[in-house]
Design a protein around this ligand. Structure first.
Ligand code: APR
Length: 325
């Protein structure tokens, strides 16, 4: 297995900032894809990224991947950031996770400081990178990362929709007792209270979800999806979800690295689509080299469109606040 893996083409460098649960599992998934030369993992806790990188590298012969993981301790002032130079993609996972009972918005101030500092260092040391933000509150941190890096908006995007749709898909598959691969779901809007599940675009083996589940049952699954992160937080008691979130972030990075042009739901800059302008919002976008290649508009019912516009206004106000943070 290892000799086949050694022959496989792999290229480029990707950095994961923050070696907590989300960052370390993301680094693992990226390394196991075996498509990158190097995965850099950083954190401000001395020795943690180096230790995790060593551990991950020691799994290479068992899992059969050749990608090298490099762990680097950084300082908030920018020490150690030389290691991210030349990164094609940087994923920001640095920041505090929620505790039970907290909303993502409760993290705003503390994570804004962290994300601003990280973003400024990325701009300095990896000025050509595509930045994927996962720190919460997601829509606001994505907007802040764009402001603080000064990167073109198509090169800064956030992870939310891939995770939210994966949660919705799981709940629908469980409710109907079907394989997850039979189910297609869609969520748009914010990664928070104004998440907009789009039942009109949900299908099971090509059949509309509304033919298979009652409106009440669909609404129940929508509510559970909207609270999907909080449900995990309440069970874990310390920290928030990371297996599904890291799968989502890694998947976006792969689409960009391999220039797949896949259409995925992500937090992206919206400029006129759906009659909405000037805001980072959860929408479908074509991902490939350089980040977001285009926003893909989905046919929506009147009520879904109204909910999306409402979500846009809610995050617009908050995104204006973070500009000064
Ligand atoms: N630079 C690099 N790493 C940092 C910085 C910084 N300036 N500040 C904090 N960190 C690191 C912490 O040291 C910690 O190791 O970020 C890591 C966060 O890890 P966890 O506490 O395990 O949190 P995690 O579950 O990984 O979530 C990270 O993603 O889903 C969101 O809400 C979640 O905002 C949170 C983020």
């Amino acid at each position: 297995m290892a000799s086949n893996a050694a022959d496989r083409p792999r290229a480029g460098k990707i950095t994961v900032v923050g070696a907590g649960f989300y960052g370390s599992t993301t680094a693992q998934r990226l390394a196991e894809y075996d498509i990158f030369d190097t995965v850099v993992l950083t954190d401000i806790i001395e020795g943690k990224p180096e230790g995790l990188a060593l551990d991950l590298n020691q799994s290479r012969s068992i899992e059969g991947f050749e990608t090298k993981v490099v762990g680097v301790t950084t300082t908030p002032e920018g020490g150690g950031y030389e290691a991210i130079a030349g990164s094609d993609i940087v994923i920001i996972t640095a920041g505090l996770p929620r505790k039970p009972g907290m909303s993502r918005m409760d993290l705003l101030e503390v994570n804004a400081k962290i994300v601003r500092g990280v973003s400024e260092n990325i701009a300095k040391h990896a000025p050509n990178a595509v930045v994927i933000v996962v720190s919460n509150p997601l829509d606001e941190m994505t907007a802040l990362a764009q402001i603080a890096t000064g990167f073109p908006r198509h090169r800064v995007l956030g992870q939310a929709g891939v995770l939210d749709t994966a949660r919705f898909t799981h709940f629908v598959a469980e409710a109907l007792g079907v394989p997850v691969k039979s189910v297609k779901t869609l969520t748009l809007g914010s990664h928070g209270d104004t998440m907009v599940p789009v039942p009109s675009q949900c299908t099971v083996d090509g059949r509309p979800l509304s033919e298979l589940l009652s409106p009440e049952k669909i609404e129940e699954l929508v509510v559970r999806t909207r609270n999907g992160g909080a449900e995990v937080v309440a069970l874990l008691k310390t920290g928030s979800a990371y297996y599904a979130p890291s799968a989502a972030a890694a998947r976006m990075a792969r689409a960009i690295a391999l220039d797949t042009r896949e259409v995925l739901p992500v937090c992206a800059w919206v400029d006129g689509e759906y009659g909405i302008s000037g805001v980072y919002l959860g929408v479908q976008a074509e991902l490939g080299a350089g980040g977001v290649r285009s926003i893909v508009q989905t046919p929506l019912t009147d009520s879904e469109l109204a909910a999306l516009r409402e979500a846009a206004e809610a995050v617009r106000a908050k995104q204006a606040d973070v500009a000064g943070m």
